[in-house]
Unconditional design. Structure first.
Length: 174
């Protein structure tokens, strides 16, 4: 009986060691696959439509402000940044065009125009605006499901001296 107990104990331990070994092999294999299957290194000239990074230069960095580069950047100047559409009926769509001029010394790039909510969308120039030239940002506000005083914004991401520019559209929805 004592011999039978020892044999059962050794068989149980042997099974546990065997299972632990299989678990470690599976874990090691998964780790090898996870670390070697992704190749996230960027490829040179992967997308020919991407703009050169030399056009998007950040002169404000941890080492200070490079005033020479800063003065050579694009500069976005608006005639107005706030539009009051007055009072409209619920469900109406209002739009406004914000005119701007690139008063800087480099081409102005607008990379994004994000509305503060889904009811506010903007259309912006996708091509660079050359120094001294003008452009237009068209903002539309849909009052569907809105009521009362409304103030919405569109944030423009640019390569200008300020970087971000915010346009506002506001009014009453009855």
């Amino acid at each position: 009986m004592k011999n039978n107990f020892i044999t059962t104990l050794f068989e149980s331990l042997n099974l546990k060691v065997l299972l632990l070994g299989k678990y470690l092999i599976a874990l090691f294999s998964f780790g090898m696959i996870a670390f070697t299957s992704c190749n996230n290194t960027p490829k040179e000239n992967e997308n020919p439509k991407l703009l050169s990074t030399s056009l998007v230069n950040n002169p404000r960095s941890a080492t200070g402000t490079d005033t020479v580069v800063l003065n050579a950047l694009a500069n976005m100047s608006f005639k107005d940044t706030v539009y009051d559409f007055g009072t409209i009926k619920q469900g109406e769509v209002v739009s406004h065009e914000y005119d701007f001029t690139n008063t800087g010394k480099s081409p102005l790039l607008i990379s994004n125009a994000a509305g503060s909510c889904g009811c506010t969308v903007a259309d912006f120039p996708r091509e660079p605006v050359q120094p001294g030239k003008t452009g237009t940002i068209k903002v539309q506000f849909s009052s569907a499901g809105k009521e009362g005083h409304q103030e919405k914004s569109v944030t423009l991401t640019t390569n200008s001296i300020r970087g971000l520019h915010i346009l506002f559209i506001k009014g009453e929805v009855k």
